[in-house]
Design a protein around this ligand. Structure first.
Ligand code: 4AD
Ligand code: MG
Length: 460
């Protein structure tokens, strides 16, 4: 008999005969003649209540079922007499697929996030993490839908690259060299004998590749894993995270900011509309004001603020920040959060940053001091998006690269795109996990990734 997902059964308006479900036992209560078994199959937050009567031939075994055991149940789905559920299944047959024992760690109803982090292989079986990863899946789908509906073309950019897009040197090396017996040439490691014949690393951003495709296909995006070996053990940094990166030809910073706002609003509204049940877990147990925060993100007009003005506001704030702020300095998370949480109380897009704080590819403004960069800041997180208009003028790009000691030879193909049919273009990167943190109120990035990678942590 084919199984039916519990989600489908719960949505039914009418009783159904002879249904079959498969799943894991969440709880079991026994009365004299029956056992009430809550079964969850991961398709939705809700469990299906199963009534197993003592007339079932294997009732003795059923009575020994423990939380976490796997079962197949067949029977009629009828209106439930009990509170809390519309339907229940009166089991004709309850087949035990596998048992579990008392050492199963998810016995108690609620566990701390820290406890569950050490059980990343089991935590999707809890209500909260099941809900979280269903929302993550919906969000991923919504990203593709957003771009597809707007005529963007999806590009699979490489994960192994030879360049450091952001120039921050936070690279994980990729090599097949024998690390115990490194061959050196003139005191340096000889990468000509490595797999690719030169140095290679995991990408920190798909942007440079995406730019090449925007300059051919117009509007494109890439959405994939990116890697950063920054040794910052914060609640919003992971060594492996996913980034959504649109890149648009014939688009300036204004258009870039407009798309970033449209996208954050769209994705927030999408999750509000499609994940109501799963979101409830987070409004109940994580952040009571989550829904009003999300309504604010989905419906308010985002502030557009030049970097220079943001510095003035921060200096005037009278706050004693851990990192003192001045023109020319990068905004720290505490500054970002003050602006978006306390000062404006809604998302803020900061633009025109000092060129010294930003990578080589950003377009130099006419003041020759700032670049056409933008960061989107949101309450609870700070920076969620970083982007810019790209430098399309070959001569200025060359002099910027010289200033920053970057080898133009290494970037020869990137330079080519400025020689042949260069056009104004812009793009940005959205941190997918940071968006998921915003949408669920979860405050640690480790709790929105199936198996998080952070410094000193790669157990699973
Ligand atoms: O601001 P970033 O470094 O921008 C870029 O990489 C550009 N090349 C993107 C582009 O223009 N196509 O990173 C973009 C976003 C950040 O705003 C943040 O949300 C997220 O990526 N991010 C991280 N998320 C989790 N862990 C980390 N270590 C992150 N570093 C950046
Ligand atoms: Mg950034």
């Amino acid at each position: 008999m084919n199984r039916t997902k519990i989600l489908r059964l719960i949505q039914s308006d009418t009783p159904m005969n002879a249904v079959c479900i498969t799943g894991w036992v969440r709880t079991k209560r026994d009365s004299k003649e029956f056992s009430f078994i809550e079964v969850n199959d991961g398709s939705c937050l809700k469990n299906m209540q199963v009534i197993a009567g003592n007339t079932l031939s294997n009732y003795d075994d059923i009575k020994r079922l423990k939380t976490g055991s796997a079962v197949t149940v067949t029977g009629n789905m009828v209106a439930s007499q009990g509170k809390g559920q519309k339907w229940e299944i009166q089991a004709d047959r309850l087949h035990i697929i596998s048992l579990t024992d008392d050492s199963y760690p998810l016995q108690k109803k609620r566990h701390s996030d820290e406890f569950l982090r050490d059980l990343a292989h089991l935590r999707p079986r809890t209500n909260k993490y099941g809900a979280l990863f269903r929302i993550r899946s919906e969000l991923s789908y919504a990203v593709h839908k957003f771009f597809r509906d707007r005529g963007f073309i999806h590009i699979h950019t490489p994960i192994i690259t030879g360049l450091d897009c952001e120039g921050a040197g936070e690279l994980f090396k990729v090599t097949t060299l024998d690390l115990e017996n490194l061959q050196k040439k003139c005191g340096k490691i000889d990468y000509t004998v490595d797999f690719f014949g030169k140095e290679a690393n995991l990408t920190v951003s798909g942007q440079l590749s995406a730019e090449m495709f925007a300059l051919a296909l117009g509007d494109v995006y890439t959405f994939g894993p990116t890697f950063r070996a920054e040794n910052s053990n914060t609640r919003r940094h992971a060594a492996e995270f996913w980034m959504v990166e649109p890149e648009m030809a014939f688009c300036d910073l204004e258009g870039d900011m407009a798309l970033s706002e449209e996208m954050v609003k769209y994705l927030t509204a999408y999750i509000l509309n499609t994940c109501q049940e799963d979101l409830e877990i987070f409004t109940k147990f994580v952040d009571k004001s989550l829904l009003s925060t999300l309504e604010n993100i989905a419906n308010s007009d985002y502030i557009r603020l030049p970097y220079e003005t943001s510095i003035e506001i921060l200096k005037r704030s009278g706050k004693s920040f851990e990192y003192p702020i001045d023109f020319g300095k990068d905004l720290q998370s505490e500054h970002e959060r003050y602006l978006t949480e306390q000062y404006f109380k809604k998302p803020v897009i900061i633009f025109n940053f000092p060129k010294e704080t930003k990578p080589f590819y950003m377009r130099l403004n006419d003041d020759l001091k700032t670049v056409a960069a933008m960061d989107v800041l949101v309450p609870g997180i700070g920076e969620i998006i970083g982007g810019s208009q790209r430098e399309e003028r070959l001569d200025i790009l060359e002099s910027r690269m010289q200033e920053m000691n970057l080898s133009q030879e290494k970037y020869w193909w990137y330079m080519d795109s400025r020689k042949f049919g260069s056009v104004p273009h812009s793009g940005f990167g959205l941190g997918f996990e940071r968006l998921l943190m915003l949408l669920t109120g979860v405050s640690n990035i480790r709790d929105v990734i199936p198996f998080p990678r952070t410094p000193n942590s790669i157990e699973f």
